[in-house]
Design a protein around this ligand. Structure first.
Ligand code: KIV
Length: 271
């Protein structure tokens, strides 16, 4: 491959090529067919069916209630829209924490029942054995360290991680362990930019940042956040590329006015 334009299907090899050639990786989440189709046609590299759907789709406070069946349901909808982007699926809370075999079985289930190409697991050294077992079986794994929302009750808050020396060293060692276990990429969430830079420079696999600064090999955001749909959530790492909640409100108000004022439907819109 000599240029990004030649990419027909984004794979683990493509992401590795992008890192080697100092080109950035773009990633966003999707949970439904229509959004996935828009992201795909816009040229996104990676689509994550994130368990953030527990927050932004289901309205829960945390990602913990999300089930395997729900992840598979949303993944099937997204996959129907995608021919180019790489599709990565979160293994939800308690689908891999119980045992290595349980994680292995659930990762396999995602690839068997959907046409996704990879799974994502949260955690470092303590899940390295699971990552190894899954990747040894030919299932690509994306890691996820730093702020790991599935451990919210352990940490007690969504604060930035890795600010002090000890925690920064732990996160660095986690990154190395996940790479060694065979992951093809790793999400770095809400850690200092300098730590993300150090990890990025010390790993061969690409790093995908969210709230981790500009030095990562790629960036990911939760799509409803960056589109300005999730108006109650605005941490500083989210840039609003649109204000869709405002636009939808105006559209719906106009529709209500038209219906009530008997201005919709018109003759042309009737049979
Ligand atoms: O669930 C999710 O959307 C994620 C991203 C925030 C990386 O894990």
């Amino acid at each position: 491959m000599s240029s990004e334009k030649e990419i027909k299907r984004v794979t683990t090899l493509t992401l590795s090529w992008l890192k080697k050639n100092n080109k950035k990786i773009s990633a966003l989440t999707a949970y439904d067919f229509i959004t996935a189709k828009i992201l795909e046609e816009a040229g996104i590299d990676v689509i994550l069916i994130g368990d953030s759907l527990g927050n932004v789709f289901q309205g829960n406070d945390t990602t913990l209630p999300v089930t395997m069946d729900e992840m598979i349901y949303h993944t099937k909808a997204v996959c129907r829209a995608i021919t180019r982007a790489m599709i990565v699926v979160d293994l939800p809370f308690m689908s891999y924490q119980l045992s290595v075999d349980e994680g292995f079985r659930n990762a396999g289930r995602i690839l068997k029942e959907t046409s996704a190409g990879a799974v994502k697991l949260e955690g470092g050294i303590h899940i390295a054995e699971t990552v190894k077992k899954i990747t040894d079986a030919g299932i690509p794994v994306m890691g996820h360290i730093g702020l790991t929302p599935q451990s919210i009750h352990k940490f007690g808050s969504y604060r930035e991680r890795g600010k002090d020396f000890t925690e920064a060293e732990e996160i660095f060692n986690d990154a190395k362990a996940i790479e060694q276990a065979g992951a093809f990429a790793i999400v770095l969430e809400k850690i200092p930019s300098s730590l993300a830079e150090r990890i990025t420079n010390n790993l061969k696999i690409p790093t995908i940042g969210i709230g981790a600064g500009v030095h990562c090999d790629g960036q990911i955001l939760v799509t409803p956040d960056m589109l300005g749909l999730n108006v109650d959530f605005h941490p500083r790492f989210v840039r609003h590329y649109a204000k869709l909640a405002d636009q939808i409100t105006i559209a719906v108000k106009n529709y209500i006015d038209d219906v009530k004022g008997k201005n919709f439907p018109s003759e042309d819109e009737s049979y």
